[in-house]
Design a protein around this ligand. Structure first.
Ligand SMILES: [Zn+2]
Length: 78
């Protein structure tokens, strides 16, 4: 699978981070033939920026890990 190039990144020349100034969901919606592009509640994951609907956990039907500092409570028992 090849990585699609976007013109949005090239348009913002002042951003040296290589990422757009905004975040949008990068989940590929095959049925729609386009990216999700949801911008509300988007967070960065290992697989890229994802809206709450398309996080790695959500796509696998698992509960979302709540954001915040520190480790999840269950880690303390280890
Ligand atoms: Zn999405």
């Amino acid at each position: 699978m090849t990585t699609p190039t976007t013109t949005a990144e090239a348009a913002e020349g002042s951003d040296t981070s290589g990422l757009p100034a905004w975040r949008e969901c990068r989940h590929w919606d095959g049925a729609q033939g386009q990216y999700c592009k949801q911008v509300d509640g988007v967070r960065q994951y290992v697989t890229g920026d994802r809206c709450p609907t398309h996080t790695p956990n959500a796509l696998q039907g698992r509960p979302e890990v709540p954001p915040g500092p520190g480790w999840p409570v269950h880690r303390e028992a280890a």
